[in-house]
Design a protein around this ligand. Structure first.
Ligand SMILES: *Cc1c(COP(=O)(O)O)cnc(C)c1O
Length: 337
């Protein structure tokens, strides 16, 4: 089967498995796992921040960030497509007790002007606008990405108005291999950053939350109460270090593969509304009589798995375990339907 369901489906490469087997480990709840400590130090340095925290998932790193940046009765501002709003089980309300102030952006991206227009004045009867969350790349936005030039005015606005700025950078490196911008510059623009190692980077498990020392100290307490304090998690951290050292630049291949699929889809009679393909995600609509469900069943019969993203909408995600030959095979199947 060719698995285009998500870039989370990747399996560790032989080199990564070897790195995991060789990992030096300890008990990370006591702060004594050398591999976790090395990963956290590496991540913090990469973004020019003081500290980082290794967590089991990107949902947890985002939820911890929202919790630590806010107090109950505050609100976070984000695009309506945001993962923190759409796909984290309303955790902002559950874990942090905050509301959400949604912006209708463009392919998941919002601007400083749009944010400035929705920051609430301070009254007893209004939540306090406390946090802005950007997502880069934007999953539901079809893998769209922000450039630093687009982020910097948002960063300046947040500083001026006293709002925290968090980056859900689950797939940040898929954007950076396109823009060639530096992680240090990204680090300067945000207060905190969440990075998934378990997506296109190919690690089996894990995300990092990156930020100032005092913030991460509190984040560590919240991780514990969420049940995310792990013991010999250095086996996982070693996979993440391996991913950062060997599997970042190859994300460009995934982006290029997605662009090939996007081009093919644009010319197929049963397809419409292919969203601009910018990184490793392809979102498109199938025309009636197809529905996403019937179309995906047909694809599965031909050995390709993908996800529904609406009644007529389908998503493909390319990744480490999708080879050039599989892209060719997929192309042939798409044309045959
Ligand atoms: C995958 C993802 C996350 C985190 O997901 P987990 O499955 O909890 O690791 C967060 N944000 C975005 C944009 C994502 O795509």
């Amino acid at each position: 089967m060719i698995n285009l369901i998500s870039d989370t489906v990747t399996k560790p490469t032989p080199g990564m498995l070897q790195a995991m087997i060789n990992a030096e480990v300890g008990d990370d709840v006591f702060g004594e796992d050398p591999s976790v400590n090395a990963l956290e130090a590496k991540m913090a340095a990469m973004f020019g921040k003081e500290a980082a925290l290794f967590c089991p998932s990107g949902t947890m790193t985002n939820q911890i960030a929202i919790k630590v940046h806010t107090q109950p009765l505050d609100e976070m501002i984000c695009d309506e497509y945001s993962h923190v709003y759409q796909y984290e089980t309303a955790g902002y309300a559950y874990n942090a007790g905050v509301g959400v102030n949604l912006i209708k952006g463009q392919n998941g991206k919002i601007t400083a002007e749009q944010i400035a227009a929705v920051i609430k004045p301070v009254h007893d009867w209004l939540p306090i606008s406390k946090l802005v969350v950007l997502e880069n790349t934007c999953n539901k936005g079809g893998g769209s990405f922000y450039t630093l030039a687009e982020i910097q005015p948002i960063s300046a606005l947040c500083k001026e108005r006293g709002l925290a700025l968090h980056l859900d950078g689950a797939r940040l490196f898929n954007a950076l291999v396109e823009t060639r911008e530096s992680t240090l510059e990204v680090g300067k623009a945000f207060d905190t950053i969440s990075i998934c190692l378990s997506k296109g980077l190919g690690a089996p498990v894990g995300s990092c939350l990156i930020g100032p020392k005092a913030f991460i100290r509190q984040a560590r307490r919240v991780r514990k109460v969420m049940g995310g304090g792990m013991r010999q998690s250095g086996f996982l951290a070693a996979a993440c270090i391996y991913a950062l050292e060997h599997q970042v630049q190859r994300l460009k291949t995934d982006n290029d593969h997605a662009k090939i699929l996007g081009k093919i889809l644009e010319n197929l009679p049963y397809v419409e509304n292919v969203r601009p393909v910018q990184t490793n995600i392809v979102i498109f609509d199938v025309k009636a009589p197809y529905t996403a469900e019937t179309y995906l069943t047909k694809l599965a019969e031909k050995g390709i798995n993908a996800s529904p993203f609406g009644l007529q909408t389908v998503r493909f995600v390319t990744h480490l375990d999708v080879s050039p030959a599989m892209i060719e095979q997929t192309t042939a199947v798409l044309k045959s339907l």
